[in-house]
Design a protein around this ligand. Structure first.
Ligand code: SAH
Ligand code: SF4
Ligand code: F3S
Length: 470
């Protein structure tokens, strides 16, 4: 039994990273059994689930989309806001019911919620039917724990985070686009955010390992990689590397499309902008969370930039990177946000005219500094602000989509469209979703598409056999 501890999780010592090469070889001893895996949260979790899936299948388990058919249920959870937690709690009700019907069912609780001591206390007191709890740093413990035949709840969660694991295998969701971790953790400690506690300290993978992985993916037919980190521009500071150097090395593998998430506006260097502008296979798309347009709030969020500095960086990107699309994240209702602060946020949205934005109402996270700040703003006021913000944000994303009407754009086609099965779907270089009229054979290819309709959140288009000049 190993329990998480926030004091350990927030420590940032100068200890060197501990690089570990996994050499795993599992036998399919659970053949004939089925697993159901549900993922909550961000891309890190989506990618971690690809590793979990690999472990489950290496043990012989088969995927089922029907939870009532499963012998093993795995929840890969997210702790970023209370509503993420609520979704998990809701699903746990169903798991409990299934466990009562089938005592042999194994329930595994993984992901960022496992790293929160208050959640662990709840699991111990209210959810004793959960069999295994693992944290974000020890996904590799899953097979061992599943095979052990214990009859009481097992919690193996570590808050120490100096390991960088190599040799992980992934059972990837797509055959064409792949997530590639470049670093783990986050040292920024924005005052509202739980991630530095759930994901631990910033630690970079070695550059050659990342490049090797991209080369292998390319050989295996992948068209696109997305380099993953909570704060990709901090890549390498712990190992004498830089993100711009990494980007250039990845670009030189000649994989067709390279993306990266997430960028922090602090310390986004000119060198990085130049490299993005220089290489055609680095996509002109940057997700650059602003969080707030008020300098006072930004300071209390510990974001390390002012609205003026953000706008300067934003303008530089727009000038130097041809056709770049920039999206953002915004939090409304940070403790004691005034109407004036909120107006500053609306003002920044008007100035930047973002191609898209994810907007959230601030949610206090236990253990973070902001959770202790006084907050006299009523929830109804916050909700109303979110509504006003969304109207503005949607207006600009619609405008940005309208600009593509009648144009021919390159789209990487990923699969059948969910909305209309006669169509396929994919993404432009600028990360816009397009539903395309075209044959299924173009799935997995980058093809020219004529944009015929533009909405706030997606585009419609026709596949063009012959490329037409704009
Ligand atoms: N590492 C990324 C984002 C991580 S979380 C970055 O720094 O940009 C994704 C988004 O969730 C954040 O950008 C922020 O807008 C939002 N978020 C994080 N903590 C939150 C909280 N306590 N309440 C509401 N939104 C939050
Ligand atoms: Fe959270 Fe800030 Fe780190 Fe992003 S940079 S993960 S918002 S602490
Ligand atoms: Fe959620 Fe953890 Fe990602 S808290 S947003 S799954 S890093």
């Amino acid at each position: 039994m190993h329990l998480p501890d926030l004091d350990i999780a927030k420590k940032r010592d100068k200890k060197e990273n501990n690089y570990i090469e996994l050499k795993e070889n599992y036998k399919p001893v659970l053949k004939g059994k089925k697993y159901f895996l549900r993922t909550y949260g961000c891309q890190m979790n989506v990618h971690d689930s690809e590793a979990l899936r690999n472990y489950l299948e290496a043990l012989g388990l088969e995927n089922t989309d029907l939870v009532s058919n499963a012998d093993v249920i795995v929840l890969n959870t997210c702790a970023i806001r209370e509503n993420a937690k609520d979704k998990v709690t809701g699903f746990l009700g169903k798991c409990h019911y299934l466990k009562k019907k089938n005592p042999n069912l194994k329930i595994v609780f993984a992901g960022c919620m496992s790293e929160q001591p208050n959640v662990i206390n709840e699991i111990k007191s209210k959810h004793s039917y959960i069999d295994i709890v693992i944290g974000t740093h020890n996904l590799y413990d899953l097979p061992k724990l599943l095979l052990e035949n214990f009859n009481k709840q097992t919690i193996e969660v570590y808050s120490e985070s100096d390991e960088v694991i190599e040799g992980m295998h992934y059972n990837r969701d797509s055959q064409y686009t792949a997530w590639v971790n470049i670093m783990y953790g986050c040292d920024k400690f924005c005052t509202y955010c739980i991630v530095p506690y759930t994901r631990g300290k910033e630690r970079s993978r070695k550059l050659e390992k990342i490049v090797e992985e991209v080369k292998r993916l390319k050989e295996n037919g992948y068209k696109e990689v997305t380099l993953l980190g909570q704060n990709v521009n901090a890549y390498g500071h712990d190992i004498g590397e830089t993100f711009s150097h990494l980007l250039e090395c990845v670009a030189k593998t000649n994989i067709e499309r390279i993306r990266f998430v997430t960028s922090h506006p602090w310390n986004f260097t000119d060198e990085m902008i130049n490299i993005i502008a220089k290489y055609k296979n680095i996509m002109p798309y940057i997700h650059l969370p602003i969080q707030s347009g008020s300098n006072e709030i930004l300071k209390r969020m510990n974001r390390r930039y002012t609205r003026e500095e953000y706008f300067e960086l934003f303008t530089k990107m727009k000038e130097k990177i041809p056709n770049v699309s920039i999206t953002t994240d915004i939090i409304v209702g940070f403790p004691n946000e005034s109407e004036e602060d909120f107006q500053d946020t609306l003002d920044m949205v008007k100035k930047c005219q973002f191609d898209g934005a994810y907007t959230f109402i601030y949610s206090p996270r236990e253990g973070t500094p902001a959770a202790k700040m006084t907050d006299n703003t009523k929830m109804a006021v916050k909700e109303e602000r979110l509504h006003r913000l969304n109207e503005l944000v949607n207006y600009y994303s619609n405008q940005s989509n309208q600009k593509l009407l009648g144009k021919v754009v390159e789209v990487l086609i990923l699969g059948n469209s969910e909305k209309d099965n006669s169509k396929v779907y994919g993404y432009t270089d600028t990360m816009k979703l397009v539903n395309v009229s075209g044959p299924k054979e173009i799935i997995g290819q980058i093809v020219p598409v004529l944009i015929t309709d533009a909405k706030s959140f997606s585009l419609d288009g026709d596949y063009l056999k012959e490329k037409v000049k704009n």
